[in-house]
Design a protein around this ligand. Structure first.
Ligand code: ADP
Ligand code: MG
Length: 418
């Protein structure tokens, strides 16, 4: 027999089954526990707080760093109800009348989800108001923003614990992130004051991705061209560090008959949108991009991700390669590595505060270890994320260069410029 939870899932979202750990997470939240959720991107974290919010009395406050993302979620939630006030955003873009409406809906008990940017929560007026109404729980999405060890540190997140306390003493806190490193997790639990939280961590293994590192030589461009031609007609992304390199490489690919376009933050919004659409519509095969490309892009059949330049952390590498093979089909992740690039990345950091440099250096050393290792790359990545992996029994255990071609790798290593 299906539970009430399943009925609510069906009613509000139209889904027949929970994904992964969602059901356990939601039970923990409904039991008023502090709860910590670690799931890869696309794992279905939003539903973990949306469903219990819709099922409970009072308003759940959702802290999220991205205004655009909040708006999307609010629109989606409103779509499942005929009550417009069921979800609201509270931020600096609202005028007085709008703020009044939001407050009225919350007071009436209509609003189940209130999305706020962390900086809005520093306003005394809002905090005082939220103190006076019924709050079901507080969800902190993208909770890694609290940690300097994460890839997106936001100082405003550091204040959240105090603000939550001011709003109410016994409000359960739900932290959610796709960052799996133990250091970041520790920071989150400590900073949110919830070391007692029930923790739910999904596996980060992506068994259909094949990981390969090649030494970066001066022939890297022709090597990339050859690789892409071996995957003709397939969609792929090539990541470069600089805009300049993106432009150059996109041109080199075009000249060689590959349907490729550049993408970086230096292009105007119209061009970026059109290049992204061309990729999604398959008018072109390859996007050559800086890391500006990919956030929120959901093309399920990306067949390869190439790193022309090695990323600055294992975390970034995982996120970027993670855009391949979302549909479960083939996903070839090829990265070029030379120690010179590591030195370049170190140099970029030299203007930054010392603490930041130290963190950046430590993260880079892990990248070096990963690139130079002769062990299973999947095991390495998962170990970095605090996960045990057994190549004999684990899914995708042989899906990397070191496991498939241990001998060739030894020879190739001699060519790496150290
Ligand atoms: P995350 O925040 O973990 O990256 P999202 O919350 O954005 O992931 O969800 C990713 C996708 O999964 C969304 O399209 C969402 O509608 C879908 N999804 C979530 N839960 C379920 C479910 N139980 N059944 C089917 N699809 C789901
Ligand atoms: Mg999310």
């Amino acid at each position: 027999m299906k539970s009430d939870l399943h009925a609510a899932l069906k009613k509000y979202f139209g889904f027949g089954e929970f994904k992964g750990l969602q059901e356990q997470v939601i039970k923990s939240i409904l039991d008023q526990n502090n709860t910590f959720v670690i799931m890869p991107t696309g794992g279905g974290k939003s539903l973990c707080y949306q469903l219990p919010a819709l099922m409970q009395e009072g308003t759940a406050i959702v802290v999220s760093p991205l205004i655009a993302l909040m708006k999307n979620q609010v629109d989606a939630i409103r779509g499942v109800s005929n009550e417009n006030g069921i979800a609201h955003v509270l931020n600096s873009s609202l005028n007085k009348t709008e703020v009044k409406q939001v407050k009225a809906d919350i007071t009436k008990g209509v609003t189940k989800l209130l999305y706020v940017a962390p900086e809005s929560l520093t306003k005394d007026e809002y905090v005082e108001f939220l103190r006076s109404v019924k709050i079901s729980f507080m969800a902190v999405d993208e909770a890694h923003c609290i940690s300097e060890w994460g890839h997106d540190f936001r100082p405003e997140y550091r204040n959240l614990r105090n603000i939550i306390k001011r709003i109410g003493d016994n409000i359960p806190i739900i932290g959610l992130t796709a960052t799996a490193t133990p250091k970041v997790q520790e920071d989150i639990l400590k900073n949110l004051g919830m070391t007692d939280a029930n923790t739910f961590k999904a596996s980060f293994n992506r068994p259909n991705l094949y990981y390969e590192i090649r030494p970066k030589t001066k022939n890297v461009d022709s090597d990339i061209i050859r690789f892409i031609k071996q995957h003709e007609g397939k969609s792929g992304i090539v990541y470069c560090l600089s805009r300049k390199r993106v432009e150059e490489l996109a041109q080199v690919l075009q000249v060689n008959g590959i349907k490729a376009v550049p993408y970086h933050a230096g292009l105007d919004a119209k061009k970026r949108a059109s290049h992204q659409d061309m990729f999604l519509m398959e008018d072109i095969d390859v996007v050559v991009a800086t890391i500006a490309f990919g956030m929120g892009i959901d093309k399920p059949d990306v067949r390869f991700v190439i790193h022309h330049d090695i990323p600055k952390s294992i975390e970034s590498y995982y996120q970027e390669t993670g855009r391949a093979g979302r549909d479960g089909g083939e996903g070839h992740c090829l990265a070029y590595y030379s120690y010179k690039d590591i030195e370049k990345l170190e140099k970029f950091m030299s203007g930054k505060p010392v603490a930041e440099q130290e963190i950046g250096h430590a993260l880079l050393q892990e990248v070096v270890a990963f690139a130079e290792t002769s062990m299973s790359r999947r095991k390495f990545i998962l170990h970095y994320f605090g996960e045990e992996f057994d190549n004999e029994t684990g899914e995708g255990g042989d899906m990397d260069d070191n496991m498939r071609h241990p001998k060739e790798k030894e020879e190739a290593k001699d060519n790496v410029a150290i």
